[in-house]
Design a protein around this ligand. Structure first.
Ligand SMILES: Cc1ncc(COP(=O)(O)O)c(C=O)c1O
Length: 425
């Protein structure tokens, strides 16, 4: 099979044409937010110019707004494999949605009940659950295995017991890129009657999601990580979404998903969510043919989305191996996470590294000065950075690939690191 090349898609992303100091910008800050295709910007603008109103009115723009919201729910249901659009709630971002849900679930918990979080998670999937300690809930935390930044599954599974009510776990780490094996976690949690909340924010841009196959109870993600606007998405098992006593204003509907959507929604961003999902589906139609056999049971836009994400996964994995291989040649550089090519399927293309030549903020600045955008610090993966002993040292550099990056961009980044390494050592 010829290696897949998604670089023709770059033409759909106007922001990729940015130049810094005369050189084309290299966007490797993708784990913090991706660029958007023209179609997403157009959809947001189209909403403002043609449909701008509040919901539930008898007039044309209000009806268009209702259709925009329903369209975004359907788009996300297609992307996540939900059975119905009414299983999808929107909110300002994943963090806010998770705080709302954890507070609502907290109303059902008693002192002595337990929630389990992990050291590998972004703080948005730790702090909202840890806050339940105020109600006497016991918060336990599963450890990681430092050498490859994977979850310590023995520790995690050993901490699930009859008092566990919620297990909050990430699908993929926003620091080390580790993809977690969710199957055994869901099984162990359900065996004791606990619910599983999955933070899929980092995973969503890099691979197909099927909430029904995962068997989890809740899953959250953020559209700005998958080429959409800044908005959060929550999927919940319908019977739980109905049963959980959300904090809401009295006139708002009592039914799910509305009761989780406090106040007026971000309608223009919801228009952009549909366009982002349609963009992914378009990638599937254009580049996903080789992966059709993997999703023979899927149809329509759901199928196209799955194939689009498969194509991205395949292409990004090639770039990721190129990056890891190159970073391993750079003097004094350490990658925190899985590097073995045989385990490439256990990670997303998000790489955390530290370097003896410069600390993480200096490295990010040096690359930024040369037009390469990467992140440094803890990116809110605070527990992991503390566990790795990096928090005091400025955290780690994070280089995160998206499907619109190219092999030439990876080479340029590696050359910059290599030349600094030669200069300083
Ligand atoms: C893994 C992970 N979870 C949660 C979040 C928080 O998402 P949001 O910004 O939508 O609150 C992020 C953001 O970077 C993330 O990477």
């Amino acid at each position: 099979m010829t290696p897949i090349d998604l670089s023709p898609l770059r033409a759909q992303f106007p922001s990729l044409g940015l130049e810094v100091g005369g050189s084309p910008a290299v966007y490797l800050d993708n784990p913090a937010g991706t660029q958007v295709p023209q179609a997403v910007a157009d959809a947001v603008s189209h909403y403002f110019l043609n449909a701008n109103a509040n919901t539930g009115g008898a007039f044309e723009t209000s009806r268009r707004t209702d259709a925009t919201i329903l369209g975004a729910r359907q788009a996300m249901a297609d992307m996540l494999g939900a059975a119905s659009p009414s299983e999808i709630a929107f909110g300002p971002n994943m963090t806010t949605l998770t705080f709302s849900l954890s507070r609502a679930i907290g109303r059902l918990l008693s002192p002595g009940d337990e929630v389990l979080v992990t050291t590998l998670d972004h703080d948005a999937n730790i702090a909202p659950w840890a806050a339940l300690a105020e109600r006497g809930v016991v918060v336990r935390q599963a450890d990681v295995q430092v050498p490859d930044c994977t979850l310590d599954m023995d520790d995690l599974l050993g901490k699930i017991n009859a008092r566990t009510k919620v297990v909050a776990v990430g699908y993929a780490s926003n620091a080390s890129g580790t993809i977690n094996a969710l199957g055994p976690i869901v099984e162990a949690a359900h065996a004791v009657g606990a619910w599983v909340f999955v933070d899929a924010v980092q995973y969503a841009p890099h691979g197909p999601i099927d909430v029904q196959a995962l068997g989890c109870d809740f899953l959250a993600c953020s559209a700005y990580k998958f080429f959409g606007p800044h908005i959060g998405v929550l999927w919940g098992r319908p019977e739980l979404m109905e049963a959980i006593p959300a904090y809401k204003v009295r006139p708002a509907k009592d039914a799910a998903p509305y009761k989780f959507e406090t106040g007026t929604q971000n309608h223009e961003c919801l228009a952009g969510v549909s366009a982002a999902v349609d963009y992914i589906a378009g990638v599937g139609r254009r580049f996903g043919g080789d992966f059709a056999a993997r999703h023979a049971g899927a149809a329509g836009r759901r199928r196209d989305i799955l194939l689009g994400l498969e194509a991205m996964k395949e292409y990004e994995s090639l770039l990721c191996q190129q990056l890891i291989g190159g970073l391993q040649q750079i003097e004094g550089l350490r990658i925190w996470g899985i590097t073995d090519p045989a385990r490439a399927h256990e990670r997303v293309p998000t790489i955390a590294c530290t370097w003896e030549v410069m600390d993480a903020p200096e490295t990010a600045q040096y690359l930024a000065d040369n037009g390469v955008f990467v992140w440094s610090g803890n990116y809110y993966a605070l527990a992991l950075m503390e566990r790795l002993g990096l928090q005091e040292r400025g955290g780690a550099v994070r280089i995160g690939i998206s499907h619109y990056n190219t092999a030439a961009e990876i080479d340029r980044t590696l050359e910059l690191l290599d030349s600094a390494s030669r200069r300083y050592s």
